[in-house]
Design a protein around this ligand. Structure first.
Ligand SMILES: Cc1cc2nc3c(=O)[nH]c(=O)nc-3n(C[C@H](O)[C@H](O)[C@H](O)COP(=O)(O)O)c2cc1C
Ligand code: SF4
Ligand code: SF4
Length: 243
């Protein structure tokens, strides 16, 4: 089985591609997901501050992976992933057989512009053969580690990541402006069901992973984060980027 989490579709794309390439099934991680174990188990997720997203951490803690299950992970990221493999091994008390970090379009709108469509196309072009190679490794049950850790990976994953989870996952910085058309897409696009409409406008209810789905997918660019402006470049996955 492949279990995945995704805010703007990159990890979902990787999970569904790998499912086809490895003859497996991909399932979105929710708070109710109970893992089924067979000969291989894959976890696919976006990197958040050099570690796993909160909902993925919660899921990993529930796993009791049999010794003979081939266990692998794919971390999609804008550029690098720190020591996320060590974090996963700590959370599951299990050695990973294989891990890939895959650079895909950056959706971190909280910090500035996301990647443009041109950049997105370039990144998917480079990522596709890497994912194909990794799928071959999975099919051959190879022990393999293809990771771009970036600078100071221990500090990033062991110090910065826990601070991000503790102090930077509040949804209080989201706001909505008058361009909102009350379409309700943000309600449906939140993977944690954290958004409701009040008087036709979204309100955030205190359970956020910072996945950026609501802000990046709003068709009117009406959602802002902190001091962000509607002109800040948004990103979410589109099929045209992988053609
Ligand atoms: C809260 C947050 C933190 C992020 N932190 C990192 C990071 O530490 N390193 C990195 O290379 N990319 C980082 N990114 C970029 C995402 O990992 C990347 O765009 C990912 O492919 C998005 O996957 P998704 O489309 O499946 O949600 C971050 C994105 C978000 C929203
Ligand atoms: S997706 Fe955007 S336009 Fe639609 S209800 Fe949400 S904030 Fe308003
Ligand atoms: S509120 Fe927005 S950023 Fe937070 S989990 Fe939902 S969609 Fe993601």
């Amino acid at each position: 089985m492949i279990y995945y989490f995704s805010g703007t579709g990159n990890s979902e794309w990787a999970a569904k591609e790998l499912a086809v390439l490895t003859n497996d099934t991909a399932e979105f991680i929710t708070k109710d997901t109970k893992a089924k174990y067979d000969e291989k188990l894959g976890i696919i997720f976006p990197i958040y501050a050099w570690g796993v997203p909160g909902p993925v951490e919660d899921f990993l803690k529930t796993l009791e992976i049999p010794e003979d299950t081939y266990f692998y992970a794919v971390a999609t990221c804008g550029s690098n992933c720190g020591r996320v493999d060590d974090q996963i091994m700590k959370l599951t008390s299990r050695k990973l057989n294989a891990i890939l970090s895959l650079s895909l379009p950056n959706n971190y709108i909280q910090g500035g512009d996301c990647d443009t469509p041109k950049k997105a196309i370039e990144k998917f072009k480079k990522a596709k053969p890497k994912l194909l190679d990794f799928a071959n490794s999975i099919n051959n049950k190879e022990v393999i580690k293809v990771v771009d850790r970036g600078p100071l990976p221990g500090l990033m994953t062991e110090v910065i990541h826990p601070s991000f989870i503790k102090y930077a996952t509040s949804d209080k910085k989201f706001s909505v402006n008058d361009d909102c058309s009350s379409c309700g897409a943000c309600v449906n696009n939140c993977p944690l069901d954290n958004i409701t409409l009040k008087d036709g406008k979204p309100i955030w209810n205190g359970n956020c992973s910072q996945c950026t789905s609501c802000i990046n997918r709003c068709p009117k660019n009406a959602i802002q984060y902190g001091a962000s402006k509607p002109s800040r470049v948004r990103y979410y996955f589109k099929e045209e980027y992988v053609k």
